[in-house]
Write a protein that binds this ligand. Structure first.
Ligand SMILES: [Zn+2]
Length: 230
């Protein structure tokens, strides 16, 4: 029996076209079509300790490992997926890709010594506007398949990034330590944290969050982003 209103309801949550290539989805496809899934430009950076993402952070912060799952190419599938994730109300695409990444990271041993996963938080204002945190969607997917717990609400964003851009370079640098705060630092002592963000370019957001977290005694840090934009 086909129930039309149920179909309509489902269409609110699932798009009819692929979020990577905009072609119609068929059969059991959800969010991303099989051909986009097959063509995802995976970096496989997690298989090498020295990779372009770890290179971004070397000499800036002490960390254990760093990787990104996909290459971000202008006008490519990943740009479209990330755009839908961040601006078009599809947190599900982050969770889906996070699940895939988590399974691969677990299989490779990358997750072995990780204690918990922490997504980069959004400022409250931005969170309310968007309705969800895209990095948390990715982290939830990672957590599901890697079987590592996610800790959200402990690392918080204090400063709205928009106000940062108006400040001088020196003021920005001085401010870096005050962009993020930690509500209960004691609970993160001696933990190895996997810090998660959507895309890494200059690495400044991850560096700011990491700098704050690394003030906690015994804390060890690794970094993951869904995409790497060289
Ligand atoms: Zn597609």
């Amino acid at each position: 029996m086909k129930v039309q209103w149920l179909d309509d309801l489902v269409n609110i949550f699932y798009p009819e076209v692929c979020l990577g290539c905009a072609e119609p989805l068929v059969n059991q496809e959800q969010l991303i079509c099989v051909s986009c899934l097959a063509e995802l430009p995976k970096t496989n950076f997690h298989q090498q300790d020295n990779n372009p993402v770890s290179g971004i952070f070397t000499g800036r912060i002490p960390f254990k490992k760093a990787t990104s799952y996909l290459f971000f190419q202008k006008k490519g599938i990943v740009q479209s997926l990330i755009h839908n994730l961040k601006y078009r109300n599809f947190p599900g695409v982050g969770k889906r890709l996070g699940r895939m990444a988590g399974a691969e990271l677990k299989r490779s041993g990358f997750m072995n010594d990780i204690d918990c996963i922490i997504p980069i938080p959004l400022h409250n204002k931005k969170y309310r506007k968007r309705g969800y945190n895209q990095s948390e969607a990715i982290a939830r997917g990672l957590s599901e398949t890697s079987l590592k717990p996610i800790v959200s609400g402990n690392l918080v964003r204090i400063t709205h990034s928009a106000t940062q851009t108006r400040k001088s370079r020196f003021a920005r640098w001085r401010n870096v330590e005050h962009i993020f705060g930690v509500r209960e630092p004691a609970t993160l002592e001696n933990q190895h944290i996997l810090l998660v963000d959507d895309v890494v370019t200059t690495g400044s957001t991850l560096e700011a969050a990491a700098t704050k977290l690394l003030t906690i005694p015994g804390l060890k840090l690794s970094l993951f982003t869904l995409a790497y934009a060289p």
